[in-house]
Design a protein around this ligand. Structure first.
Ligand code: TXA
Ligand code: MG
Length: 311
């Protein structure tokens, strides 16, 4: 079996695999990732191939702490240092000028790099034991739904991994917030698990979302994070339809969702994976409140529901 419980022995195996250029599935507090040594160009290329990801869609580099981030970034401005102190380890990826040690393949040729310290003890222990940064995109094929449990990882992705460290279900359930610190004030490239309001409260200023296309962030791809099933966002879910609802489910393929956004985010991909596994073709999602604290959930729902206009 490739999926193994995470412990000191399997973490040591994962470190050896990474050192020999192989890819490893790792838990983080947001979603499961595919790790490779950030300095290993060939391994990083194999991540792009495995995910079927266009080469100009940059990866996030994962570190243990600020000290390790200094080897990844050419410069860490004061505002980024303050954010690191407050929110790391955690679901905040910062865009900063790239250091020479990071091969261009990691950043799709950009002179900036995304960096974060994951708030999951297994991810932390692995990077710490390796002693160097890893890149880790979500462990799904391009535009599909990220896995929040090892069992969600698609067979074609699993085939390219040496092993997957099983660290249980992910606590946040949606990807990290990506904040571009090469802008003053910083701006959001991808809404995510760290609420915008917490960054605003900490910096004591409003934080804008970058317009689509800015910063070349594929997290801004209109169809991203999509399950196999068609998603329809509706005011009320039909009693006979598969769906995500607030309140009591009316059939076995309806899931009752938490009424508070972080609990909802934690469950969202898990429920969509579950409905996909049941072979459901259409999922009705009861619209959550149109309130700022729901914006990251709304972002994922809209992208999951996005249908390219027929030409
Ligand atoms: O929560 C997460 O961030 C997960 C876990 C595994 O850590 N990782 C993740 O990676 O979501 P990925 O590759 O699926 O998404 C990376 C996001 C994309 O939206 C990408 O465009 C953005 O980060 N990104 C990375 N480097 C960038 C850069 N230099 N400039 C702008 N955006 C960047
Ligand atoms: Mg992804």
């Amino acid at each position: 079996m490739k999926i193994v419980p995470a412990n000191s022995e399997t973490i040591a195996r994962a470190v050896r695999s990474l050192r020999s250029g192989e890819l490893v599935g790792i838990p983080t507090e947001t979603v499961y990732g595919i790790a490779a040594r950030a300095a290993d160009e060939a391994a990083v290329r194999s991540i792009f191939a495995l995910k079927n990801r266009p080469p100009n869609h940059p990866l996030i580099v994962h570190v243990t702490d600020l000290q390790m981030a200094k080897g990844v970034c050419a410069e860490i401005p004061p505002v980024a240092r303050r954010l690191v102190q407050e929110f790391w380890p955690g679901p905040l990826s910062l865009i900063l000028p790239k250091a020479g040690a990071i091969p261009p393949v990691v950043t799709g040729g950009l002179d900036t790099v995304a960096v974060r310290a994951p708030g999951h003890r297994i991810a932390h222990a692995l990077i710490d034991a390796l002693g160097e940064a890893v890149c880790a995109p979500s462990a799904n094929t391009f535009t599909h739904l990220s896995p929040t449990r090892p069992s969600h990882i698609q067979p074609e992705i699993l085939a390219g991994l040496r092993l997957v460290l099983d660290g249980g279900p992910c606590a946040s359930g949606i990807e990290s917030t990506v904040l571009d610190c090469t802008f003053d004030p910083p701006r959001i490239l991808r809404l995510g698990a760290l609420p915008r309001a917490r960054i605003e409260a900490f910096l004591n200023m409003p934080i804008a979302i970058a317009p689509p296309g800015a910063g070349r962030s594929p997290g801004q791809h209109p169809r991203h994070y999509a399950p196999r099933a068609e998603i329809r966002i509706v005011p009320g879910v039909d009693a006979a339809m598969p769906g995500l609802v607030f309140g009591a489910p009316e059939n076995a393929r309806q899931m009752s969702m938490p009424t508070e956004p972080s609990g909802y985010a934690e469950r969202l991909y898990d429920e969509l994976h579950r409905l996909d596994a049941l072979g459901v073709e259409v999922v009705e999602v009861q619209a959550p409140p149109e309130a700022p604290e729901w914006e990251a959930v709304w972002d994922r729902l809209r992208r999951a529901a996005y249908k390219p206009r027929e030409s």
